[in-house]
Ligand binder design. Structure first.
Ligand code: SF4
Length: 362
């Protein structure tokens, strides 16, 4: 391990930021290079733009005879795929304990390394079954690649730092080459392995990433390494359980989502996430930019109202006046009301608000 246990955290965060910058800002070239490496290794590669497109590609890549032998190990099955009656998924636990057999596992990679052409799977439920199927389908978000193998160590360190005292995830699968299927009932002899190779298909999933890339500011949201730290410090998420800060920012990159009004209901612009994010995603700036997009030219006056509420609230140190203020301002919004009721300290990142309010006044 290159990172010593006593390496300062700020140093590791800077390394992580540089690692993400090096990939995101050169994504097009890096993706092309990654695809070439995977094809050279005899992996199949498909490009999926939207969720519907991903569903179609996966469906069309399934051998017909295997429709009832698919095992999903992904957080959410794409809607179109889930509704296809011909597909009868095998529960992962049945595959794991050997009760049923599957022909295909569909999972997703957490990262991939461009330099070595490697897929990185962390703590997957299907980890013990990868060599018991004929086909492995891997979905890979195109923003989750890393330029170099050494970047992975930095990212993994940070991901685990915020979750537990463990230095690394308990299971890391690196897939760099095709591998062989193992049939528990058959003793393999030399020379038979070629017939048993597991076919690996990668679905490079855009899911709006290239759209976000077009906006220089919103692009920062793609630096995320999924450490989950912004979620743990977000008071709005604690009550709504709807959007973590990064989910809120990414959802509102699309105009349709912005008009749904979830933006104003799911943030207090407290700035906690700005400080918590190891790869320096400027959440408050991004959320304000998105708020301005909602209201066009009038956006600034709406923002001024929000700031005004935040500032006033911070001044309410006495619990009695706090109670009335809270009721008047946020009584109808249960989530915010509950939050303010319990809080005793200043709620907001006042320094940030003051600095930005001054800049806006200039
Ligand atoms: S956006 Fe949130 S989950 Fe992503 S790296 Fe920053 S703190 Fe971690």
């Amino acid at each position: 391990m290159e990172i010593a246990q006593n390496t300062p955290l700020d140093f590791i965060k800077t390394r992580a930021y540089i690692a993400r910058h090096s990939y995101i800002e050169d994504m097009e070239n890096k993706l092309t290079s990654f695809e070439k490496k995977m094809l050279a290794k005899d992996f199949k590669v498909h490009w999926a733009s939207t969720e519907d497109n991903l569903s179609d590609l996966i469906y069309n890549s399934l051998p017909e005879k295997a429709y009832n032998k698919v095992c999903f190990d992904i957080p959410v099955i794409p809607e179109n795929l889930a509704h296809i009656k011909a597909i009868k998924p095998i529960p992962l636990k049945d595959l794991e304990n050997g009760e049923k057999e599957a022909s295909i596992i569909i999972t997703q990679a957490d990262f991939a390394i461009v330099e070595t052409g490697t897929l990185v799977l962390l703590d997957k439920g299907c980890r013990n079954c990868l060599n018991r199927v004929n086909n492995l389908f891997v979905i890979l978000d195109i923003s989750k690649l890393l330029s170099k193998a050494s970047d992975l160590e930095t990212i993994l360190y940070l991901k685990t730092f915020y979750h537990s005292n463990n230095y690394l995830p308990s299971d890391i699968k690196l897939i760099s080459h095709p591998y062989h299927k193992i049939d528990k009932n058959v003793i393999q002899h030399e020379g038979e392995y070629d017939k048993q190779r597991v076919e690996i298909t990668i679905f490079l999933y855009d899911n709006g990433v290239t759209h976000i890339m077009e906006d220089k500011k919103l692009r920062d949201a793609l630096y995320c390494i999924d450490c989950g730290n912004c979620k743990t410090v977000c008071p709005a998420y604690e009550y709504t359980k709807e959007f973590t800060p990064i989910e809120l920012v990414r959802a509102n990159c699309w105009e349709k989502e912005r008009q749904n009004g979830n933006l104003f209901k799911n943030t207090m612009l407290c700035g906690n996430c700005d400080h918590a994010c190891p790869v320096q995603i400027p959440f408050t700036d991004l959320l304000i930019k998105e708020m301005e997009m909602v209201h066009g030219k009038e956006g600034k006056s709406n923002l001024a109202k929000i700031f005004e509420k935040r500032k006033k609230l911070n001044k309410k140190s006495n619990s009695f006046s706090r109670f009335f203020f809270d009721k008047k301002m946020y009584g109808k919004n249960k989530m915010l009301h509950n939050y303010f009721k319990q809080s005793k300290d200043p709620f907001f990142n006042v320094t940030w608000l003051q600095e930005h309010a001054e800049k806006k006044d200039e």
